[in-house]
Design a protein around this ligand. Sequence first.
Ligand code: DP6
Length: 358
Amino acid sequence: MVREFVFNLKKKNEIFNGESHWKAPSNIALIKYWGKKSNQIPINPSLSFALKNCYTQTKVSFVQSDNSNLDFDFFFEGNRKKSFENKLKKYFKNIIIYCSYLSKFKLKIESSNSFPHSSGIASSASSYCALSLCIMDIEKKIDPSIDNQRFLRKASFLARLGSGSACRSTKGSYSMWGKSNVFPMASNLFSIEYPEKVNEIFNTLCDTILIVDKQKKKFSSTDGHMLMQNHPFSIARISQAKDNLLLIKNALELGDLKLFIKVVESEALSLHSMMMTSDPQFILMKPNTLKIIDEIWEYRKKTKSNVCFTLDAGANVHLIYPQEEFDSIQKFINLKLLIFCESGKFINDKIGIGPLKL
Ligand code: DP6
């Protein structure tokens, strides 16, 4: 138990009902979180940026109930979603020691995503982040003395207990999570806004998500993380992530796009190498993922482009590039990459500024 985040029952306002509503972004990791210990503690630090157009909106309505157990119904895009309620039960079980006031309420949770459900884009980061921010809103109604820093820290802490990467969506554009010697403020328990200088070019990044496979993946990230515990390369991976974090810090500060590309692609391919060398091993890339990577490398060789790719735990490819290349990259996608996308689908997104209270 982390005492710091346990709700202080002494500071109580009696609240009977109300609602709260937040919009929270998905994020894309540049330095990948891969591997965790118990209680959602990452084995290495990670860094990501928030997206602008891929987000979840969640409304939580609450009424006091006589029942002394937390009770809730979950609706996704207007329909009751019982399959997700089991996951949420686990989440609430994890957070109830930190949010004991929840056991007095009956909640109605209504959630929707800005991106299509069947696009292969993971929604757990934005969903758990939006829900955790709504929960913190309830907490603040009960204890109005909570300041902004504690509000966001605890929201990140709670989101982490739902899904690790969700904790990086609670604040700002660039976020970090996980202890690091280079960033003494960073924590394993919640994310912090990236504290160092970022050259202007990196505040204009675009992320075009090429949908290679719309299917739900056969191997979950959670299972993949667990396999890092006895992984033959886990020590080397942890040290690589730390080295890459230092390199990307320099790239971000100096506006060094070449170094940025090198680190971002190294992280994407290392992530998938870890999957391929786990026991049991698994492969989430598809033949079209590799074809796209090949085309990107070819395109970079032929042009002066600063486009690069990253991957999350799936087959889809994220094309990352500065805004000034938007038009040329759209042409490149249409000419060379569209044929590798399932149903010709891709989503244009860009760096965002974090969550918003609605
Ligand atoms: C490859 O956050 O989805 O996207 O903590 O088990 O919910 P859980 O895993 P999750 O893992 C995301 C892994 C990743 C890399 C990253 O986002 O850093």
